[in-house]
Design a protein around this ligand. Structure first.
Ligand SMILES: Cc1ncc(COP(=O)(O)O)c(C=O)c1O
Length: 417
């Protein structure tokens, strides 16, 4: 760790929350250089839904490397890319009646958000975009402009223009329908909110503190978008790829976004790759108009193709919901047992958050969990939400072991306060 502190910039983050030298990882476990085993309830911030070094993907990747398959291909046509595109069509799009085109962007999630925003503005020829309170969409300039968290929106460099923030579902209490609030702003041409090219949202706000939008709210926002000729852009970077139980997080609400951003667990193995999916008619890009060197991570194409096999039928999805119920029941039981936490459990599928009050307890619990070899991170503007992002493939007994550690860690934090 001394080397890391001496040579790596102060900008580093997760190595501060979990200050050991990690060496290996398998499925839902991480191992440090001294051989200690940690249960991973963070999964690369939602990048390892299929676990660390997933055997099915590893086998395919090794085979591919041994045959000298293309690794870097700019955006050239390759066999690996063709296979991935065909699988997206047959496994993801067709069964969901989606007619999307796929744009490969630079490798990290924010690159997809940038491309999606640019496309929306180009299509509608309007600069404004509506984003929501507590939304998180990345930290390059365009993505940051639609990110709400004050910690990231530094006065010195943020471009605050061309984005209007409106209240997310539940922001004004459970009895206020914020979609109607949005409608009023749009129908009144003196509200100060210009008709935007797009509305960007997460169906479950991950970094924002596991805030779940209701299906009704999502459907109402979609219908407002249709009424006012606005594109609906769903950022599924964190809660897509099965995290909420379905491949896309918006499936259960029945909405059909015009633009979807996908990244993190899409490649399955933690290899960098990001995509923008959009309705065919929106594909007004000119050749090379939004380019980038690293849009052809063929290793990621190979592992992503294997990851899509999990979605050939509904068995994986059913298993996620089954495990999600175990998780949710246990979290509610823990909260009931420790009323001092003033906790609220929020989530869906296999993403959950436990918001605690006072906020400092959350960091103490996360640190105690780490001492007990469980990796759990925090979310929310006040870092008061303990976040569950365990790999979707975690075996029941490991899930239970991790939850037992959490339970005991909360107990010892509260005892020592
Ligand atoms: C919803 C959402 N959008 C965008 C991003 C940005 O992705 P990246 O950190 O890969 O740029 C994140 C990252 O956590 C995210 O959760």
């Amino acid at each position: 760790m001394k080397t890391i502190r001496r040579l790596e910039s102060e900008v580093r983050s997760y190595s501060r929350s979990f200050p050991v030298l990690f060496e290996k990882a398998k499925d839902a476990f991480l191992f440090d250089a001294d051989g200690n085993r940690y249960i991973d309830f963070f999964a690369g911030a939602g990048t390892l839904n299929y676990g660390h070094n997933n055997d099915h993907m590893k086998k395919k990747l090794i085979e591919y490397l041994e045959t000298d398959g293309i690794v870097h291909g700019l955006d050239m046509a390759t066999v690996a890319k063709e296979e991935l595109l065909l699988k997206m069509e047959s496994i993801v799009f067709k069964p969901r009646n989606l007619d999307y085109k796929i744009q490969f962007t630079g490798p990290t999630g924010t690159n997809a958000v940038e491309a999606g925003l640019k496309l929306a503005r180009m299509v509608k020829k309007r600069s404004n975009v509506i984003s929501f309170t507590n939304g998180y969409h990345g930290l390059t300039m365009g993505s940051m402009s639609v990110t709400a968290n004050a910690y990231y929106r530094d006065e010195a460099f943020i471009n605050r223009s061309d984005v209007s923030f409106l209240p997310y579902d539940g922001y004004l209490g459970k009895d206020v329908n914020t979609a109607q609030y949005m409608r009023r702003f749009l129908e009144d041409n003196s509200s100060g909110v210009d008709i935007p090219s797009a509305v960007i949202l997460e169906t479950v706000q991950g970094e924002g503190g596991i805030r779940v939008a209701s299906d009704e709210w999502l459907r109402e926002v979609e219908s407002i978008c249709r009424e006012f000729d606005i594109l609906l852009m769903v950022d599924d970077i964190q809660v897509g790829n099965g995290r909420t139980g379905h491949f896309f997080s918006f499936e259960r609400s029945g909405i059909k976004p015009d633009i979807v951003t996908v990244s993190k667990s899409f490649s399955g193995y933690g290899l960098p790759m990001s995509l923008v999916l959009f309705r065919r008619e929106l594909d007004i890009w000119k050749a090379g108009q939004h380019t980038g060197t690293f849009r052809g991570n063929n290793l990621a194409f190979v592992s992503a193709s294997v990851a899509l096999d999990y979605w050939k039928d509904d068995r994986f999805s059913k298993d996620i919901f089954r495990k999600g119920t175990i998780l949710s029941d246990r979290l509610h039981a823990i909260c009931a047992r420790y009323p001092q936490l003033n906790a609220e459990v929020r989530g869906r599928g296999f993403i959950y958050g436990m918001a605690v009050d006072p906020p400092e307890i959350a960091r103490e619990i996360s640190m105690e969990c780490f001492k007990n070899k469980l990796i759990m991170e925090l979310a929310g503007a006040r870092n008061n939400v303990i976040k569950f992002l365990a790999p979707l493939i975690i075996p029941d007994e490991v899930l239970m072991e991790g939850l037992d550690i959490l339970d005991a860690s909360i107990g010892s934090v509260l005892k020592n306060r």
